[in-house]
Design a protein around this ligand. Structure first.
Ligand code: EPZ
Length: 432
């Protein structure tokens, strides 16, 4: 089993290139099969979630030609089944984006029900509400979601909750419905805008993405396009808070600073310096950080995917901080692991009360999920001594070459898969 082993206490310094946005790329890859012509997508992050979705797309018969690690050509003309195998949805929930894409194009789709996951129950009622509002029949039986329609018609839908996934799935189906669809209380994340731009580059007619009202005029056909995925705001934020937690000086490059505003303002509030340029943000912190209060909210609020990372940073800040997780009901599972490193955190319901400590100490910890795993690596890089982070398969779902990018910032971290490599690292680090 692969693990990260690291020696903490070294400030991260330097520049890091941010990869394409995983959560934008997943919607875009699903939408790419909505035309029978060839679509070229670049700036894909080379992470396991993307690679699994490409396998799922190939599994239903589309032609996938991987030009290089970050570029793919997809042609959906050869799709021979509208039913997705369970193995894909088990590996990645976002395979359910194929529901909206296949329903939009073929007016029929069948995808296994996604389970819950480590951060909450994650219902999909809003997705199904949207498909039904477009005129599709939706059935849940034998562990599958089956949906079909003689034809899809425009609708005026109000989402009961702000949902990234439901906005993406229903937008895709509505893009090829007859007539106009208005989505109200839609999610506004940058990856929603990126998907809308991608679909429009294929001939769709979508306006208002990025606001809470999206207007979609359905079209009967979509055509080929060449598209570049936006940079990943959560990967960028993870490195920005790693700089803060290790008292370092890091510039994240190939970013859109506007997408990082909630993160930059919080970093300044807790005592960091933040400098923005066109496509880069520099974060440096030379003095002890102090406390703040956070409530995770849909974009443009503070993102839930950055909640573990800021909590780790606040564990080392002076004073007491309050972190409220308003999006998912089970996103503090990393707190027990962090407490084993000396953090003083008390979780009551969906709120964590964090009392800053002077230092964390290295320990063996396990990643409960993708973002919590990345946060535990930040904790290990800031702690005194050696930390081993296990179950890094979660982290590899969303962070490309994570340990390599951290090494380039001066971190003493390695990915090891044998006890021998582990001991070699420990011997080397204790020898110096
Ligand atoms: C997307 O998940 C992201 N995943 C998540 O990132 C991210 O945390 C989340 O959006 C919020 O930004 C991808 O994009 C692949 P939601 P999603 O639907 O779409 C409730 C990561 O780390 N809800 O916006 O599943 C839901 O329970 C991952 O990259 C319903 O009630 O999130 C939650 O409380 C983790 N009914 C809230 O809405 C529904 O039909 C927001 O969920 C759908 C959602």
């Amino acid at each position: 089993m692969e693990r990260y082993i690291m020696k903490g206490g070294i400030p991260l310094v330097g520049e890091v290139e941010i990869s394409g946005a995983k959560n934008a790329a997943l919607g875009i890859l699903a939408a790419s099969i909505m035309t029978d012509e060839t679509v070229t997508i670049d700036n894909l992050p080379d992470v396991s979630d993307i690679n699994v979705l490409l396998q799922a797309i190939e599994g239903i018969g589309a032609h996938v030609n991987r030009i290089d690690r970050h570029t793919v050509k997809i042609n959906g003309s050869g799709i021979r089944t509208l039913s997705l195998d369970y193995e894909y949805i088990k590996k990645i929930r976002a395979s359910y984006y194929l529901l909206g894409a296949l329903l939009g194009k073929y007016k029929k789709a069948e995808v296994p029900l996604p389970g819950g996951c480590n951060i909450g129950t994650r219902p999909i009622d809003q997705h199904l509400k949207g498909f039904r509002a477009l005129g599709a029949d939706v059935r849940i039986e034998y562990g599958f979601i089956s949906t079909e329609a003689t034809h899809l018609h425009g609708t005026h839908l109000y989402f009961d909750v702000v949902s990234v996934g439901a906005t993406i799935n229903v937008m895709m189906a509505a893009a090829m419905a007859e007539g106009t669809t208005i989505l109200e209380n839609a999610a506004k994340e940058p990856h929603i805008v990126d998907l809308a731009n991608f679909l429009n580059s294929m001939g769709a007619n979508i306006k208002g993405a990025g606001t809470d009202v999206i207007r979609i005029r359905g079209v009967s056909k979509l055509h080929s396009t060449e598209y570049t995925v936006i940079p990943d705001q959560i990967e960028a934020g993870t490195f920005m808070f790693a700089a803060a937690a290790t008292q370092g000086d890091v510039t994240v490059k190939n970013v859109i600073p506007k997408h990082l505003e909630a993160l930059s303002s919080k970093l300044m509030e807790i005592g960091c310096q933040v400098e923005e340029s066109d496509d880069a943000v520099r974060v440096y912190c030379k003095n002890k950080l102090h406390n703040t209060h956070i409530k995770t909210l849909p974009y443009p609020g503070f993102p839930t995917d950055m909640q573990p990372q800021i909590s780790v940073t606040l564990a080392l800040a002076s004073g007491t901080s309050i972190v409220t997780e308003s999006i998912f009901e089970n996103r503090f599972r990393y707190v027990d692991e962090l407490s084993r490193m000396g953090a003083k955190i008390k979780v009551e319901g969906n709120t964590a009360i964090i009392t800053g400590v002077d230092k964390l100490s290295g320990a063996i910890v396990s990643s409960p999920d993708l973002r919590a795993g990345a946060a535990l690596v930040i904790a290990g890089l800031a702690a005194e001594g050696i930390t081993i982070v296990e179950d890094i398969v979660y982290i590899q779902r969303g962070y490309e070459r994570f340990e390599e990018k951290l090494q380039n910032l001066g971190a003493e971290i390695e990915k090891v898969s044998t006890e021998k490599e582990l001991y070699k690292f420990q011997l080397r680090e204790t020898a110096v």
